[in-house]
Design a protein around this ligand. Structure first.
Ligand SMILES: Nc1ncnc2c1ncn2[C@@H]1O[C@H](COP(=O)(O)OP(=O)(O)O)[C@@H](O)[C@H]1O
Ligand SMILES: [Mg+2]
Length: 186
């Protein structure tokens, strides 16, 4: 019987949370495990529709994600969250409420993110066209004791996925027979 856990990704916009999360999801689903992804961008279009980017709204958004992740986790699902989740206090609150919790810090220096600028948001944020942009004009509090750190400016997607799977296996949440062989990025 599968033991539930929340795999909590945190990191700046464009750091690679969604990319790594969806690859981890694909590998685990392929092995027949129950997996749900709560992706920040997607959550903001339904569960958190109407919320903005003030500290209060960000905290509400993360608390909603944590609440759903908790329900999934206690029902034996491997819940993956992929939202910036900039505030340490709210992440720690999620960890405390959920219990089975693995925090993944998706680390990437700001200059790499600005150069990558996948969604074209950093350019706008730097020009002042987007307010309260995490890492530019809004805080990001790095985790002090993350369970896994992936450095996406140094590692390949495959290496980062393997690290995450390795930790899940080490902690007994997935069988160690699951090879860290990610499918193509989707
Ligand atoms: N090692 C890596 N891990 C994850 N993403 C990477 C890596 N190297 C380059 N990238 C690229 O960085 C971008 C990350 O975007 P995304 O996953 O949407 O970030 P986030 O969800 O954190 O905002 C993607 O275009 C991805 O292909
Ligand atoms: Mg994303």
């Amino acid at each position: 019987m599968q033991k539930g856990v929340t795999l909590w990704f945190t990191g700046l916009s464009g750091s690679g949370k969604s990319t790594i999360a969806s690859n981890v999801e694909a590998v685990l689903k392929d092995q027949g495990l129950k997996v749900e992804v709560l992706d920040g961008d997607e959550v903001r279009t339904h569960l958190s529709k109407g919320l903005g980017f003030s500290k209060e709204d960000r905290d509400t958004n993360i608390r909603r994600i944590a609440y759903v992740a908790k329900l999934l986790t206690r029902n034996g699902v491997l819940a993956i969250t992929a939202a910036i989740s900039p505030y340490r206090e709210i992440r720690d609150e999620a960890r405390e409420n959920i219990g089975d919790f693995v925090e993944v810090f998706v680390k990437c220096p700001l200059n790499t993110l600005v150069a990558r600028d996948v969604k074209g948001l950093y350019e706008k944020a730097i020009k002042g066209e987007i307010a309260n942009f995490t890492g530019v004009s809004d805080p990001y509090e790095e985790p002090l004791n993350p369970d896994v750190v992936v450095e996406t400016d140094k590692e390949s997607i495959e290496e980062s996925v393997a690290k995450v799977l390795g930790t899940l296996a080490e902690r007994g949440y997935i069988p160690s027979s699951i090879v860290s062989q990610p499918v193509e990025a989707r």
